[in-house]
Design a protein around this ligand. Structure first.
Ligand code: ADP
Ligand code: ZN
Length: 596
């Protein structure tokens, strides 16, 4: 009899289950329902793919995106698993072929879009077939609060009534409790066993930099550390996406834009190219990303401040699914905070919802300005306690706090004396003694005019950001965004409470060199690496599948490090199962041992 671990070894080529995978697989194989909440890269797919192979009948996988289905089917086919999809991108002829293959019992997994699954005719068709299970991927699509809302997902509860004996598993990477409850409710999974994983992402390296010509900063990051590697750059607006893409392309970087304003066909094409090639930088709004299960995204850069820790976690989490080191880089400045606040307060949201959004912004700001481990801070937001990661910028170079009481008092006193009606730009001019603008000229006579010359404009902005992050200052409404004093400022002004801040200028530290995203190779290894990558690209193109469906970077790396000599040794490499040995074993051995 075949067991789950046989399949793990022989089909997928992995040595051990991760986290809850084994428990989930067993639960499903025994006919139970499950709700799986696991971070991106946690390995959700195996949780239903292995039970699909162990149980009799067909597994139906509901997936919201055509690209996602195509890539999962491509990866499975490469592993020698009989899988197919049904979606609107197919001709009726192709769909009929799939349906026939289902009737003949030739398929183990079939991916379908929710609209198709819900058609009465299709439900009736399924009722005539033996079914192994239903898997509902990206289950957070039921939630109308997220930007991935798909109304059809809400009707998937009908599966419980039509197929009471077929086990159902819903999977999501969205952490918050509200979304979880919505999934349980709409999918009728209240009785299902919940598998809630840790949201820790130990291979992600978090870094925050102060915005100072974001484009140049981004370019330097890519040129110095991520040449020819895959990455995503998130921007706050469509216009910004266009602008940044054009700039990167001008600088010789293979970058593609993605936002909801582009024609559908172009979006699809860019997404496909990003998924398939290993070296495209996708510049995008939050519209991009759901179901992007590309394992080798090496960095996610935010050139504007995300609006909440939830979206930041989701977006940055798209880096490093393969478990290799990957970077989350966030570049932000005071103007980002003003912009988001402006958008929230101008929105049609009710006052209560606006407050919720402003609290999220505040939490995001706290992440940016924290002195402690960023990974720890982010997870604390989701109610999880972890040890310091040892990898983020704060862990690697703990910021040396300095006593900033005097400059902070000067700032607060200026704000107080100008009646809390000035914004950051004006108050800084007053501190620096600049009177070019009418706004500030009016305050020339003030005793505190020009008392802040010990800091630069940038330094003062850093002070203001940190005080906002701690809630000592609040931002007033647009257009001016006056800085408002909190009650706590009184004791600071009176000298009863010292204020310690992070350094005001972010040094260009050496931390980045330690992220290890670049695997140091000897010259010979480098040649092998390039050779294997070229070969992988050719095979992927010939098979019309993404490069990673042939082999993950991790597998190529292990091949080069271990230099297997024969098929038996090949089987010990992570990601090399039976089908890969049969298809590519000899070619790989030749490539690895071919004379220079
Ligand atoms: P998720 O859908 O949770 O984001 P995936 O199912 O795409 O994650 O898996 C992420 C990566 O981890 C994939 O490249 C997958 O092949 C790999 N993976 C999953 N489970 C294991 C395991 N037990 N051992 C090694 N690699 C695994
Ligand atoms: Zn840390």
């Amino acid at each position: 009899m075949t067991t789950a671990s046989d399949i793990l070894h022989h089909v997928f080529g992995y040595t051990a289950f991760r986290g809850d995978q084994e428990a989930i697989v067993n639960h499903l194989v025994n006919g139970g329902d499950a709700l799986v909440v696991m971070p991106t890269g946690g390995g959700k797919s195996l949780c239903f793919q292995i039970p699909a192979l162990l149980r009799d009948g067909i597994a139906i996988v509901v997936s919201p995106l055509i690209a996602l289905m195509q890539n999962q089917v491509a990866t499975l086919t490469e592993l020698g698993v009989a899988a197919a999809y049904l979606n609107s991108a197919q001709t009726p002829e192709q769909a009929r072929e799939v349906a026939k293959a289902m009737q003949r019992g030739e398929l183990k997994l079939v991916y379908v879009a929710p609209e198709r699954l819900l058609q009465p005719r299709f439900l009736a068709f399924l009722a005539s077939l033996p079914l192994a299970l239903f898997a509902i991927d990206e289950a957070h699509c039921v939630s109308q609060w997220g930007h991935d809302f798909r109304p059809e997902y809400r009707q998937l509860g009908v599966l419980a009534q039509h197929f009471p004996t077929v086990p159902r598993i819903a999977l999501t990477a969205t952490a918050d409790a509200q979304t979880r409850q919505e999934i349980q409710h709409h999918l009728e999974l209240e009785q299902a066993q919940l598998f809630l994983s840790s949201f820790a992402r130990p291979n992600l390296h978090y870094r925050v930099v102060q915005k100072n010509q974001a484009k140049q900063q981004l370019l330097a990051l890519i040129q110095n550390h991520y040449r020819e590697q895959s990455g995503i750059v998130y921007c706050a607006s469509r216009k910004r996406v266009e602008d940044i893409t054009a700039w990167l392309v001008e600088q010789g970087i293979l970058a593609l834009p993605y936002h909801a304003g582009l024609p559908h066909a172009m979006r699809e094409q860019h997404q496909q190219q990003f998924l398939r090639d290993d070296g495209v930088v996708m510049v995008a709004t939050v519209a991009f990303g759901m179901g992007i299960d590309k394992p080798d995204v090496r960095f996610v850069a935010h050139v504007d401040l995300p609006r909440s820790p939830e979206s930041f976690y989701q977006e940055s989490g798209r880096a490093g699914r393969d478990g290799l080191p990957a970077l989350s880089w966030l570049c932000y400045g005071l103007s980002d905070v003003m912009q988001i606040q402006f958008m929230v307060t101008q929105s049609a949201l009710s006052p209560d919802r606006q407050q919720v959004e402003l609290n999220k912004l505040q939490a995001m700001l706290a992440y940016c300005e924290t002195n402690t481990c960023r990974h720890q801070q982010l997870l604390a937001h989701f109610g999880e306690t972890v040890a310091p990661c040892g990898k983020c910028d704060n862990c690697c170079q703990p910021p040396a706090l300095f006593d900033a009481t005097v400059p902070v008092q000067k700032l607060l006193s200026c704000l107080y004396r100008t009646n809390q009606q000035l914004g950051a730009a004006q108050i800084i001019d007053i501190l620096l003694g600049k009177a070019e603008h009418n706004d500030t000229a009016a305050w020339r006579h003030l005793s505190t005019f020009g008392i802040g010359q010990e800091l630069t404009q940038r330094g003062w902005r850093a002070v203001i950001r940190q005080l906002l992050a701690r809630g000592l200052l609040k931002l007033g409404d647009a257009p001016r965004h006056a800085l408002l004093l909190s009650p706590e400022c009184r004791s600071i002004l009176k000298g009863e409470q010292p204020v310690w801040l992070r350094p005001l200028e972010s040094k260009n530290n050496k931390w980045i060199a330690q992220t290890g995203e670049r695997w140091l190779r000897t010259e010979r290894q480098e040649r092998l690496w390039q050779r294997l990558r070229r070969w992988r690209k050719e095979v992927a193109e010939a098979h019309n599948v993404p490069a990673y469906a042939i082999f993950l970077d991790r597998t190529l790396r292990e091949l080069i490090e271990k230099l297997p000599e024969n098929a038996t040794e090949l089987r010990h490499i992570t990601g090399v199962g039976e089908s890969k040995v049969a298809r590519y074993g000899q070619q790989l051995l030749n490539l690895l041992h071919q004379a220079e």
